[in-house]
Design a protein around this ligand. Structure first.
Ligand SMILES: Cc1cc2nc3c(=O)[nH]c(=O)nc-3n(C[C@H](O)[C@H](O)[C@H](O)COP(=O)(O)OP(=O)(O)OC[C@H]3O[C@@H](n4cnc5c(N)ncnc54)[C@H](O)[C@@H]3O)c2cc1C
Length: 428
């Protein structure tokens, strides 16, 4: 790996060096093109640097790694290749030109500067929803943290965010932080979730809450924060079927911190001036099977594309985006048409959203159901012609599914293609 700050043009520029960006840089470099990996933080690894628990890499490395160990493996792959890594470098703007991109950055060495790129891979991850975005009422005292902030304080900076904590939202990071805070000696009063089902993975409910006797309160939310300088308590309330608080159930809980785990938003705001098509469900760009967005030459991967449960899938999507970004520069992929894939049944979303022709062979497709179902069938069809069917069990919106589908069976001149997720009644 080179540290080279004076180059002005690369075939592929990757923005963000989390697991998605590192994988994209590696696969682009392996295709023989020049690659730059730009990252606003000093070091590579993205959010994995602060995820010190294990469970990462079971699919990719067939091993149970911690987040930093997983990141380190990819960092070694980057360092062994001819990839220019620019740390402390913040992307501030993108201009699409006829055949390439002009990208504006700022960093301490060069100040504000521009680089040209043949293709661009967006791998900027996601950010956490904050108290403001869920209209949290009450004062604004110290002691309200997002779960990722609390994770950063404890795991990287060595500070305890609180001693008596309430967790709002049952996303995976909140569940993981319930356990982490408990292990560090804090008292976690409970996890309060407005929905009727937890939004995190079942394995995290078991390993992070049940194993530590931390109660999970469904259909319950925090309606008020108390305290002027520092959080002194919160009011929690049960909610009705419309998620409206039932005020008679209000209960004051004395605590010194409130940890929010109320959703992640793919980081794509910088794409707004480019008019990239954004999927209203995933909040990431709509892409074809090559993970190319509606702006030719711009690819998306990882949590910026859609929020994934498993880092292994994030890396896989980075590999695809990097390889395809290189192929675009090498002119190995030329589109002869595009088709939007329709959704049906209880399919919340599926990625890719489009097919670009020509299509080569098997493609990984990621999807989530919109509601829980014990049994369902995934049907991939063109018009009435069924191309692939697969029976699935125990589907939940919180758990993502992956299928490999042969998109080359789609006829370019044929009728619309549909991905349908059909709930099935199973006879006892
Ligand atoms: C706070 C938080 C905690 C998490 N904890 C866990 C966990 O404990 N366990 C688990 O399995 N999963 C966890 N996840 C999920 C985890 O994010 C994914 O598994 C995976 O790390 C996503 O990889 P990524 O490369 O898409 O994004 P990230 O790892 O988020 O990497 C994105 C990178 O892009 C960089 N970047 C963003 N904007 C710019 C810009 N403008 N210019 C330059 N660089 C930029 C960021 O600095 C970052 O390094 C967590 C997610 C979040 C947000």
């Amino acid at each position: 790996m080179k540290q080279q700050y004076d180059k002005h043009r690369y075939d592929v520029v990757v923005i963000g060096s989390g697991p998605a960006g590192m994988a994209a840089a590696v696969s682009a470099a392996d295709s023989g093109v020049s690659v730059c990996l730009a990252e606003r933080e000093e070091r590579m690894g993205g959010i994995l640097k602060q995820c010190i628990h294990d469970g990462f890499g079971l699919i990719r490395f067939k091993e149970k790694l911690t987040g930093p160990e997983y990141a380190w493996r990819y960092e070694q792959m980057v360092r062994k290749r001819d990839i220019d890594f620019m740390g402390l470098t913040f992307l501030t703007g993108i201009e699409k030109r006829e055949n390439d991109f002009k990208i504006a950055f700022v960093n301490p060495e060069r100040g504000v500067f521009e680089i040209e790129a043949g293709s661009l891979v967006m791998a900027m991850g996601c950010r956490e929803r904050s108290g403001r975005q869920i209209f949290l009422h009450g004062e604004r005292p110290a002691g309200i943290f997002t779960a990722g902030q609390a994770q950063d304080f404890i795991n990287l900076k060595g500070f305890m965010p609180g001693r008596r904590c309430v967790i709002l939202g049952s996303g995976d990071i909140g569940l993981i932080m319930s356990r982490r805070l408990t292990l560090e000696g804090a008292e976690v009063l409970g996890v309060y979730e407005i929905g009727s089902a937890p939004s995190g993975l079942t394995r995290n409910i078991v390993q992070c809450l049940e194993d530590y006797n931390i109660p999970l309160h469904l259909e319950t939310t925090v309606t008020e924060v108390h305290g002027k300088e520092r959080v002194e308590g919160v009011t929690v309330c049960r909610v009705d079927e419309n998620k409206k608080p039932i005020m008679e159930t209000a209960l004051f809980l004395a605590c010194d911190s409130l940890i929010l785990s109320v959703g992640l938003i793919p980081e794509n705001d910088i794409l707004a001036p480019l008019d990239v098509d954004i999927d209203s469900v995933t909040k990431g760009p709509s892409v074809n099977q090559r993970q190319e967005t509606s702006v030719p030459g711009m690819f998306s991967c990882g949590n910026a594309l859609h929020v994934s449960d498993l880092v292994d899938y994030v890396s896989e999507s980075g590999h695809v985006a990097g390889k395809m970004a290189a192929a675009r520069v090498l002119k190995r992929e030329a589109d002869s048409g595009q088709m939007v894939i329709k959704k049906a049944g209880i399919l919340q979303y599926a990625v890719p959203q489009n097919i670009s022709f020509p299509v080569n062979g098997q493609v990984p497709v990621f999807f989530r159901p919109s509601e829980a179902s014990d049994h369902a069938e995934f049907i991939f069809r063109q018009g009435e012609r069924v191309i692939h069917k697969k029976k699935l069990s125990w589907l939940k919106p919180s758990e993502m599914h992956r299928l490999e589908l042969d998109l080359s069976k789609v006829r370019q001149d044929g009728p619309a293609v549909t991905f349908e997720l059909k709930p099935e009644a199973v006879n006892e």
